[in-house]
Every structure is written in structure tokens, then in C-alpha cells.
Design a binder for this molecule. Structure first.
Ligand code: S3P
Length: 434
């Protein structure tokens, strides 16, 4: 077992907030300055498709003096209808957030556009974005399987909508909100299970929390949006990997600086604390409407097995499940998850990807349509087991952490896929290893 110690100030800027800052900048009148924009491939895909759709964007890379590169982005736009008909299909690469959230904006632009992605993205479900946009009056076509290419014939005459979210998806919620900003009247999004709320916070949308726990989000259409600056804090979904490294490592202490602690993003911290993990939050404060703080992680000699089935908890840890499952399996031998069929629609079928790889490492697992269980391990981990990454950054990183912490040399089928959200993943691990 290895020892990991040190402070990390160079976690990647939050992926969700970076996407939204760029998209909101493209909708706002004037010049939007975004500091600490993410260099991950997904966020860079959002910038490149916005440019291809006629939005003026400048990106500056500034050496921070401590080896880090800070990216600042300036977006110039004339407001809600500043997009231009693209001359080619818009390539979203691996980024579901780019494809889905941008669709909400393009549905309101009076031209035809087409959204495409890499092999993984072309398999992901898009009916969930077509349904509300068709109800609002846009023409959307998909393949018969309900996947991309997403062809959009937008209209300036979008109708307002009252939309009951059928899945707890912040991407769907955001695309409906972006479309509704262009509609002629007041729209309402009804959210029975809470998902991340960055769009609401960044746009200053009115929200109503009903006594039955359901949230309503109100959007008044065609209200001019003024440009304002955004600062992007570190990504809690990236922090999760370094937390697992610190917990699994021996005699380890890792401090993660200025991490976004928005309550809709940190359910995994609560789960780990309940399971006995040594995690302390320090310097919590609000910056630009988002809660941020430092996370202190100390190695944990015993962690209770994680068992997750509550729908709201599943929604709260949807991106962290791969790391939580691997962490729980390594720390306690067990893990159990239910009500999480949504995981089969991510960058890979994550239920299958986690189970296949844990089995290769000797864990006994069983998968269900909506989850899986890990029942323990027989024997020790073989060296040089090949981990299949399935084009999925979070699968690659979860098993890379397991390998580090367990001192096993695993072979990742694709190391570079980590760049989708966390380009400096391996260099941070190297800097912490004692
Ligand atoms: C995201 C929402 C989630 C998440 C994804 C980022 C976002 O997807 O898995 O990584 O930024 O809104 P869904 O909206 O499909 O749940």
C-alpha cells in the first residue's frame, strides 16, 4: 500500500459549471468573463461548437506560477438570438452535456443544425431532449433508436412549457430552461427529484420548494440577459478520486483546495462520512453564489460497506458511483446499489463496466437491470490485469485509483480518456505519492 500526502490546488475546474458559464455567456448581451475555465476535452468541445455556431470566444492560458495553467475565457454575444447557422455538423465529441444543453438553445434559433459526437455519445439516449423541445414547437429528428445525430430545425416562435421531468437529469432541466428563455411567456419545470442546480443559480431563476418536496423552477421567456462574470471552482466529481486515494492509501493526508461544495454535488461526502471516512471540510464560504471549501482527507483503516438505493441519493451521487463502488469494494469487500438504471446511459454502461472490471480483479459481483452488488473477493489481485475503460473517463480513473492504493499494477486499456474531465489526473497522483 502506498502513502499519499500533500495539498492539491490544481484540481480541474468544475465541468458542469464550465459548460453552463460558456452557454450562458453565449446567451447574454455583452462580454462574459469566465475565470478558471476547465481545460477538459468536454468543456473545450462546448467552446468549439459555440464558435462553430457563430459565437465569438477568446481563451487565454495564463501560467499561475506554481506549474498550473489557468484558463480564462471571454465570450461576446448580442443576446438570446446571436447564433448563426453552422456550415457543418456540430461535433460534441464525448460530451453529453454539450449536446443536450446546446440543443435547448438551437431549438430557438431559426435555422437547421445537426449535433453529432464520438462513438460513445452517438449511442446515448436523446429522446429525453427531443420530447420537451417538440412540445415547445421545434422540429427534432433522431435515429429510430432515439440517438444522435440530433437534427434540429429551430424556430423563433417557441411556446412556453410546463414540463414534469421524467428523469432526474440536470442536463434535461437545463436544456428546457435555455429553450424557455426564448419562449413567448412563462414556463415552469417540475423537478420531483433534485439534481444539480447550477443553471438555476447562475441564471438567478425563481424556484419554489413545495411542501411535498417537489421543486418548481420558473422561467420568464424573452427577458434580456445581461452579461456577468463567472468564476469556476474545483470540480467535486474530480475531488472524489483524490478523496478515495487518500482514504485507501496508508498513513495518508491529502488536502483539496477550493472545491465546489454545492449541496447538490456532495452527497458522496455525506455517504463516506456516515461510513466512517476521515473527511473534514474547512474554510467553507460562498463565492459567486456557489459554496466552496477545502476537503481534508486522512486514510481510513475501516470503512463500512456502502449500500445505496434511495432515488434522491442515487441522483446526488450519479457521477461518483464508479469511484464509490471501487472504493467500497477495496475498503470493505462489499458494495450494493439499486434504483440506478440511469447509470447504463452514461459515457459507458457503467453498471456493466464496473462489474466486469471488479470481476477481473477477483471480486464476486452480480448485476441487476438497475444496479449491482459486490459480495467480496477471493484471493489476491493478480498483477497486470487489463482494465477495460469503455471510452469512459470515470471508469478509467476509478480503477487507476484502486491500482495505486492497492499497489497493484493494472493496465488501463485507455489512459488518455481521463482528459475528458481531468487532464492532470496522473500528474496529481504522482505529486502526492511519497
Ligand atoms: C450533468 C448532469 C448529469 C451528470 C453529467 C453532468 C450536468 O447528467 O451525469 O456528468 O452538468 O448537468 P444527467 O443530466 O444526464 O443526469
Amino acid at each position: 500500500m502506498s502513502v499519499f500526502q500533500g495539498e492539491v490546488s490544481s484540481l480541474p475546474p468544475d465541468k458542469s459549471i464550465s459548460h453552463r458559464a460558456a452557454l450562458i455567456g453565449a446567451l447574454a448581451e455583452g462580454s462574459t468573463e469566465i475565470t478558471n475555465f476547465s481545460g477538459g476535452y468536454d468543456n473545450q468541445s462546448t467552446l468549439s461548437v459555440l464558435k462553430d455556431a457563430g459565437i465569438a470566444i477568446r481563451q487565454q492560458e495564463i501560467p499561475a506560477g506554481d506549474g498550473r495553467i489557468v484558463r480564462n475565457v471571454v465570450i461576446e454575444s448580442g443576446g438570446l438570438w446571436s447564433f448563426k447557422a453552422p456550415t457543418q455538423p456540430l461535433m460534441c465529441n464525448n460530451s453529453g452535456s454539450t449536446m443536450r444543453m446546446l440543443a435547448g438553445i438551437l431549438a430557438a434559433q431559426p435555422f437547421r443544425s445537426e449535433l453529432v459526437g464520438d462513438a460513445s455519445l452517438m449511442k446515448r439516449p436523446m429522446k429525453r431532449i427531443a420530447d420537451p423541445l417538440r412540445q415547445m414547437g421545434a422540429e427534432i429528428s433522431l435515429t429510430p433508436a432515439g440517438t444522435a445525430p440530433v437534427v434540429i430545425v429551430g424556430t423563433r416562435d417557441l411556446k412556453p412549457i410546463e414540463y414534469h421531468l421524467p428523469v432526474p437529469s440536470a442536463q434535461v432541466k437545463s436544456l428546457v430552461a435555455f429553450a424557455a428563455m426564448h419562449a413567448d411567456g412563462r414556463s415552469k419545470i417540475i423537478e420531483p427529484i433534485r439534481s444539480r442546480d447550477h443553471t438555476e443559480l447562475m441564471l438567478g431563476l425563481e424556484t419554489i420548494d413545495r411542501p411535498d418536496g417537489v421543486r418548481e423552477i420558473i422561467i420568464d421567456g424573452r427577458k434580456p440577459l445581461g452579461a456577468k462574470p463567472f468564476h469556476v471552482p474545483a470540480d467535486p466529481s474530480a475531488a472524489c478520486f483524490m478523496i478515495a486515494l487518500g482514504l485507501l492509501g496508508q498513513r495518508s493526508e491529502v488536502v483539496l483546495r477550493q472545491v465546489c461544495l454545492n449541496p447538490t454535488r456532495v452527497a458522496y461526502i455525506d455517504l463516506l462520512q456516515e461510513a466512517g471516512a476521515g473527511l473534514v471540510i474547512e474554510n467553507a464560504r460562498s463565492v459567486g453564489g456557489e459554496l466552496i471549501g477545502d476537503i481534508v482527507v486522512r486514510s481510513c483503516s475501516s470503512l463500512k460497506p456502502l449500500r445505496i438505493s434511495d432515488h434522491a441519493v442515487v441522483a446526488g451521487v450519479i457521477d461518483e458511483v464508479p469511484m464509490l463502488a471501487v472504493l467500497s469494494a477495496f475498503a470493505s469487500g462489499e458494495f450494493e446499489l439499486h434504483n440506478a438504471a440511469e447509470l447504463r446511459t452514461k459515457e459507458s454502461d457503467r453498471i456493466d463496466a464496473i462489474v466486469v472490471n471488479l470481476q477481473r480483479l477477483g471480486f464476486e459481483c452480480e448485476q441487476y437491470p438497475d444496479g449491482f452488488v459486490v459480495k467480496g473477493r477471493t484471493g489476491s489481485i493478480q498483477q497486470d490485469v487489463v482494465i477495460e475503460c469503455f471510452d469512459d473517463h470515470r471508469i478509467a480513473m476509478s480503477f487507476a485509483i484502486a491500482a495505486e492504493a492497492a499497489g497493484a499494477s493494472l493496465v488501463l486499456s485507455d489512459r488518455d480518456v481521463v482528459g475528458v474531465s481531468f487532464p492532470n489526473f496522473f500528474s496529481i497522483i504522482d505529486s502526492l505519492r511519497q
